[in-house]
Design a protein around this ligand. Structure first.
Ligand code: AMP
Ligand code: TRP
Length: 335
């Protein structure tokens, strides 16, 4: 079997509205990586249903993530964009990995602990084994690199452990040990309401996140209302690090404008938040508005989106099927 050396897989859940954290932490990086890598971008609906999803909106959300990929600049002709539940090999490999991963490894996953909270007896079994499915998403394509936000680092380490243990147990080199690509300054975009919490699809407050579907007016309002402290902006990085809300807004500015944090501090250090926020709002609108309007256009062309997903599906299965067959043969299953 041909072993790729520069193949990317990444996934985004269709579980809510995409936000600035998804864009800056993941999708924007996908766009720049497509030049150099063979890419598989997956809308991970099997992951989404680890928590309740309304069947009436799930299909639409799946198309919306696809539209966001394309509107952000991912070329659907050059890259494979597809839906996880349409590629049965993911779930099949995930089962095999459930028998490789150890309980102790999964018990250490902080995302599970955060999502389950005090309710861990009552969450789905799928939420617990979520990371073995993620490992399957990556390894079914023998992907070598995985661009993600910082919150996924631990899941990537688990993926590496699973690949290593499978290879050791069965004395094979089938699976690569994939590298995380956690790129840019905005590795972890924080809530606009609380600089100590990650910006997330599941935060109950709409004002905590800027969504890719927000109008210019909404974006301006959300940035205006974003939590700050009462002091002028700091003029150096050490002071900035002590002020979570300022750090978050300055990081967002630097990532949107693709300039360094130092440069933003040179321009805005010692100034009041109000003038900075105005410029940040203008910048966010100018970068996000073209994406939002392209997304809206694409969402009105369902046949086009479905065509993209159909061709992504065909390409994905052509790669995934031989890898699953080989894995089953190594384990000793009858063919
Ligand atoms: P999800 O919304 O959980 O499917 O995440 C999709 C991608 O966005 C993953 O690569 C995440 O690491 C990334 N991501 C999600 N939230 C954030 C955030 N607040 N900051 C940076 N990256 C994020
Ligand atoms: N767990 C990721 C998240 O919530 C989404 C995801 C699923 C993913 N499968 C993946 C990311 C494979 C990268 C590679 O953000």
């Amino acid at each position: 079997m041909e072993k790729p050396t520069k193949r990317i897989l990444s996934g985004v859940q269709p579980s809510g509205d995409l936000h600035l954290g998804n864009y800056l932490g993941a999708i924007k990086n996908f766009v720049s990586l497509q030049k150099e890598y063979e890419c598989f971008f997956c809308v991970v609906d099997l992951h989404a249903i680890t928590v309740w999803q309304d069947p009436k909106v799930l299909a639409n959300k799946t198309r919306e993530v696809t539209a966001a990929f394309i509107a952000s600049g991912i070329d659907p002709k050059k890259n494979n964009i597809f839906v996880q539940s349409q590629i049965p090999q993911h779930a099949q490999l995930a089962w095999l990995f459930n028998c490789i991963a150890r309980m102790g490894w999964l018990n250490r996953m902080t995302q599970f602990k955060d999502k389950a909270g005090k309710n861990s007896e009552n969450v789905s079994v799928g939420l617990f084994s979520y990371p073995t499915l993620m490992a399957a998403d990556i390894l079914i394509y023998l992907a070598t690199h995985v661009p993600v936000g910082e919150d996924q680092k631990q899941h990537l380490e688990l993926t590496r452990d699973i690949a290593q243990k499978f290879n050791n147990d069965f004395e094979t080199d089938l699976f690569p040990i994939p590298e995380p690509l956690i790129l840019g300054d905005a590795k972890r975009v924080m809530s606009l309401r609380d600089g100590s919490k990650k910006m997330s699809k599941s935060d109950p407050s709409d004002y905590s996140r800027i969504m890719l579907t927000d109008s210019a007016e909404n974006i301006i309002q959300k940035i205006k209302k974003a939590k700050t402290d009462p002091y002028p902006l700091p003029d150096n990085i050490n002071d900035l690090k002590l002020r979570p809300e300022a750090l978050n807004l300055i990081t967002i500015f630097s990532a949107l404008e693709s300039i360094s944090i130092d440069k933003v501090l040179q321009n805005y250090g010692a100034k009041e938040f109000s003038s900075f926020k105005k410029d940040l709002a203008d910048l966010a609108v100018s970068k996000l508005e073209p994406i939002t309007s392209e997304m809206n256009k694409l969402m009105n062309d369902t046949p086009f989106i479905d065509d993209v997903l159909q061709s992504g599906k065909n390409n994905a299965i052509a790669v995934a099927e031989p890898v699953l067959r080989k894995t089953k043969e190594i384990i000793g299953f009858l063919s």
